[in-house]
Design a protein around this ligand. Structure first.
Ligand code: 5GP
Length: 198
């Protein structure tokens, strides 16, 4: 089926600032962007809202939905037993409405989605260096020492896979990163891309 909607996959290490970048893009881009709100079994952090940041599910609910085939992709991230997944119906509804559906997901999830959707626009956002990433994770103040170390280990693995993405953006200064991404996305306007997933 051909649709005017597009899939936009944005990944980057935890602490790279990608959630802020995505929120700014949603607010500021004139493109019909919409965020695919993922489901997770991770408990909400302070200020996070169910249905806005994530759909927070119990382990049981998540695994039921997983077995029903509700996820386009899903996986346990960070090896702590917390699952994250992209809901198939969220993506297909957005695409059928002509939206540009942003998936803010990890690299393994991105590679899984790309297998069936090689036409997806892929962007890898990172802070430039591991030292800068560590500084940002510590400044965020939401993670334990153990969690920071785990996130740094995963980040090193993710950075090594960034060549799978069509675009790499270093988030050194938020305003210029957002501008860069807006310009980059606008270049895809007008392209009719066949979508294999709905
Ligand atoms: P956080 O717990 O910091 O919100 O997210 C942890 C990691 O999970 C981030 O790298 C984020 O991109 C990834 N993530 C969030 N939602 C999904 C999803 O639906 N699928 C996959 N594979 N990863 C996700």
């Amino acid at each position: 089926m051909t649709t005017s909607g597009k899939l936009v996959i944005i990944s980057g290490p935890s602490g790279s600032g990608k959630s802020t970048v995505v929120q700014r893009l949603l607010n500021e881009s004139e493109l019909p962007l919409v965020l695919s709100v993922s489901a997770t079994t991770r408990p909400p952090r302070g200020g996070e809202e169910n249905g806005k940041n994530y759909i927070f599910l119990s382990q049981d609910e998540f695994q039921k939905r997983r077995l029903s085939g509700d996820f386009l992709e899903c996986k346990e991230v960070f090896g702590r037993g917390y699952w994250y997944g992209t809901l198939r119906n969220v993506v297909s509804t957005g695409l059928s409405e002509g939206k540009w559906v942003i998936l803010e997901i990890d690299v393994q999830g991105a590679l899984a989605v790309l297998q069936d959707n090689p036409q997806a626009i892929t962007i890898f956002v990172h802070p430039g260096s591991m030292a800068e990433l560590e500084k940002r994770l510590r400044n965020r103040g939401t993670e334990s020492q153990e969690s920071i170390q785990r996130r740094l280990d995963v980040a090193a693995e993710e950075l090594a896979l960034r060549h799978h993405y069509a675009h790499e953006v270093i988030n050194a200064e938020i305003n210029s990163t957002v501008q860069q991404l807006c310009k980059l996305l606008v270049q895809y306007q007008g392209e009719k891309i066949p979508c294999s997933k709905n």
